[in-house]
Design a protein around this ligand. Structure first.
Ligand code: PAF
Length: 306
């Protein structure tokens, strides 16, 4: 099947209905990298028809310059998405998505007060609003999000539960470069001399993961191990290292429920986030460190992004 590029909600729903069966949605802002491609492949494995949305959502940008500089390459996105199992690309205009400046928006309280929410006021309102519109407008059976954006995933799960939106939200493992750096469209902004330093984030998280697997349960000790390891690399500005619950993103004293060990730090002038999810499987804690690529990722050479 040739991937179809459509611009309206109505046409996308029609295209989705043409192929009977379950519909999977992968929401993106375009400019796809392997993190997105792995979401598309995983969704193609479980849904009969895969819709990938490409929309740079103005509502979630606190900085107009970031929005203006956001890169786009629909042709390349279409090729990559198709090669990984997408059937329909939903690429709406701002006018299709927001015919008028919205006076109805979605705010997920409490869990957006902390960490990334505290750092980027209003950002999660923009994410929650656009994701609600995509879920209600396209009505997928499943929608896939990366665990890399852990707080965004918690926000989406919560809004779907609170608003009784009938969709199965899947959180899929972070994709990493071979050296452990989590894939992000921001990585291309890293100056060459800071690229190696950026691996300190995953090194810190993995050191803490080793301690968890060896039985450490005290949040303060787990956070300290990660922080000590990250700060061994000079020039890294740590914003936070925090062990929080997976559902509310609330600080925990002890690891006694599904949790996320999350960090944000500035490396070479670029603010990066990373995390490991700690899942409860039976009576064990299992750390999801993500999946490493064997080869260097398909990333654009020099484009800024956020
Ligand atoms: O993660 C992203 O790319 C965006 O926040 C999302 C979920 C597509 C909403 O604009």
């Amino acid at each position: 099947m040739v991937v179809r590029i459509v611009e309206t909600f109505a046409e996308t729903r029609r295209a989705a209905r043409d192929g009977a069966g379950t519909i999977g949605l992968v929401p993106t802002m375009g400019y796809l990298h392997e993190g997105h491609l792995s979401l598309i492949s995983a969704t193609a494995d479980i849904a009969d028809l895969v819709v990938v949305s490409l929309f740079v959502n103005p509502l979630q940008f606190d900085d107009g310059a970031d929005l203006a500089a956001y890169p786009a390459d629909l042709g390349r996105d279409a090729e990559l998405a198709k090669a990984h199992g997408a059937d329909v690309l939903f690429a709406p205009s701002v006018a299709e998505m927001y015919p008028e400046p919205p006076v109805t928006t979605v705010t997920v309280r409490d869990l957006t007060d902390r960490l990334e929410g505290a750092h980027r006021p209003g950002h999660f309102d923009g994410v929650a609003t656009v994701v609600t519109k995509l879920l209600c407008g396209l009505r997928p059976d499943v929608a896939s999000f990366g665990r890399k954006d852990a707080q965004q995933l918690a926000v989406v799960r919560r809004l779907v539960a609170d608003l009784s939106i009938p969709v199965d939200i899947r959180g899929l493992p972070t994709v990493r470069e071979a050296d452990g750096l989590a894939l992000s469209s921001r990585n291309v902004r890293l100056p060459a001399d800071a690229r190696a330093d950026a691996v300190a984030l995953s090194r810190g998280l993995f050191a803490a993961a080793d301690a968890i697997e060896a039985g450490e349960r005290a949040a303060a000790a787990i956070e300290r191990i990660a922080e000590d390891e990250i700060s061994r690399t000079p020039g890294i500005g740590i914003d936070y290292v925090a062990l929080v619950s997976q559902d509310r993103f609330a600080p925990v004293d002890r690891l006694d429920r599904p949790a996320v060990l999350a960090t944000a730090a500035t490396v070479g002038g670029v603010r990066l986030i990373d995390n490991v999810h700690i899942d409860v499987v039976g009576d064990r804690f299992v750390v999801d460190r993500g999946r490493r690529l064997e080869r260097r990722s398909v990333l654009y050479e020099e484009e800024p992004c956020c």
